[in-house]
Design a protein around this ligand. Structure first.
Ligand SMILES: Cc1ncc(COP(=O)(O)O)c(C=O)c1O
Ligand code: FES
Length: 401
């Protein structure tokens, strides 16, 4: 028996349809143009302080620092460039945990079982180095509660790390309230905001957050560049993880990648300009997608419906005879979970952690929408999913007779 034919594609659609913006985004054409100038014409080293090539690069880096800081209510001198959020998370967690332990401040750390691997694996490394780590288990909605967090605090708790928005299920953790708790208990608070920046408003003037990680490639900037926000506070010292020429106040050595940095700056500035309008448009498309799928038998939404970014819809479908539904959405680029786990056939650890069965977790599809998503694409996706599942029902009825 053949797998059901896909719906006939409308002429104005471009294939494959990309609904994996949570994995990465295309570089905005304006961002790419600015970057190009800094690869060819304006190629100076920002640390060269004795001639105009260096001064030009330094000015561009300073501007980008202000642009990134501007999106999140930080001061430019609180932004440290890294190679991406993986490095930002490593620097924040290892750098802070080791520095605080060296001051005899304890050895307990708190995080959440559904964090990105860049946090979880770093925590595992810290456990091997003698730290105690508590991994909070979120509820079925993907969220942790304040009571749960409060109960995990110990007199020797140094540092807590909670992601703002989950990369697989898009849920938004109560960062403002957690920050208050951390501040009241003298705990340094790190937030991985990779999937929040450019999607929801972030104001570090209001939030009691000490360290925050960002990545450019989720915000229509280039891959391989990120930043760590380090709150201006003389008591907050990080142990450098990369030694060398003492760049970035000694916290992260290495010649600054000016073209990447200006790309991240322009991308973050643009994200701030369009945040509200883009959020409204994408919410409307995401709601249309969910409205088209919600009545299908056996479909379940993964993660809170309310505390969720507009850009994400994570849905488990009933298994089909040809495998998971996700694998049959030909011409539609989606993922079952996070990009770095997509090669593994194991069910998503995030979905297991929120109490989904291995079978339900294996049949999940993460639809992540972005700047290029159109209504026609959403309608095509809905029609294709419905056709694949309708064919299943028809043949199941035939098989019964
Ligand atoms: C929540 C989260 N944290 C960290 C990362 C890693 O970021 P980068 O690719 O910049 O290392 C990602 C990327 O998938 C992510 O989604
Ligand atoms: S680095 Fe993006 S999902 Fe893993």
């Amino acid at each position: 028996m053949n797998a059901p034919a896909p719906c006939r594609p409308p002429a104005d659609l471009r294939f494959p349809i990309y609904l994996d913006y949570g994995a990465t985004t295309p570089v905005d054409p304006h961002v790419a143009r600015v970057m190009c100038d800094f690869l060819t014409e304006k190629f100076g080293n920002a640390a060269s302080s004795s001639h105009p090539f260096g001064w030009e690069a330094r000015r561009a880096v300073d501007k980008a620092r202000a642009q990134v800081a501007g999106l999140v209510g930080a001061r430019p001198d609180e932004i440290i460039w890294t190679s991406g959020a993986t490095e930002s998370n490593n620097l924040a967690l290892k750098g802070c945990a080791h520095a605080l332990r060296a001051q005899g401040r304890g050895k307990h750390l708190i995080t959440v079982a559904t964090e990105h691997k860049a946090v979880l694996d770093t925590m595992h490394t810290l456990e091997k180095a003698g730290f105690d780590v508590t991994y909070l288990q979120p509820g079925a909605d993907g969220l942790i509660t304040l009571a749960q967090f409060r109960a995990a605090l110990r007199p020797d708790t140094l540092l807590a790390s909670v992601m703002y928005v989950n990369n697989e299920i898009g849920v938004i953790q109560p960062i403002a309230e957690l920050g208050e708790l951390c501040a009241a208990h003298g705990v340094v608070f790190h937030v991985d905001a990779v999937q929040a920046a450019g999607k929801i408003a972030i104001d570090l003037q209001q939030l009691k957050v000490d360290l925050m990680s960002f990545s450019a490639h989720k915000v229509y900037g280039p891959k391989g560049i990120g930043a760590l926000y380090v709150r201006h506070n003389p008591a907050l010292k990080l142990e450098a993880q990369i030694d060398g020429g003492g760049h970035e106040n000694g916290m992260r050595s290495g010649t600054l990648a000016t073209h990447q940095i200006v790309g991240m700056g322009e991308a973050f500035a643009l994200a701030g300009d369009v945040l509200e309008e883009e959020g409204r448009r994408i919410r409307c498309l995401r709601d249309r997608l969910w409205a088209g799928l919600a009545d299908l038998p056996g479909v379940q939404l993964n993660g809170s419906a309310e505390a969720r970014v507009p850009h994400n819809l994570n849905v488990s479908f009933p298994p089909t005879r040809y495998g998971t539904l996700g694998s049959q959405l030909l011409g539609i680029a989606v993922s079952a979970g996070s990009a770095c786990n997509s090669a593994a056939s194991a069910p998503s650890f995030v979905l297991l952690a929120i109490g989904r069965s291995p079978d339900v977790a294996r049949n999940a599809v993460r639809f992540s929408l972005g700047r290029g998503t159109t209504e026609a694409e959403i309608d095509y996706v809905v029609a294709t999913v419905r056709q694949v599942l309708a064919h299943e029902v028809e043949t199941a009825v035939l098989a019964e007779h």
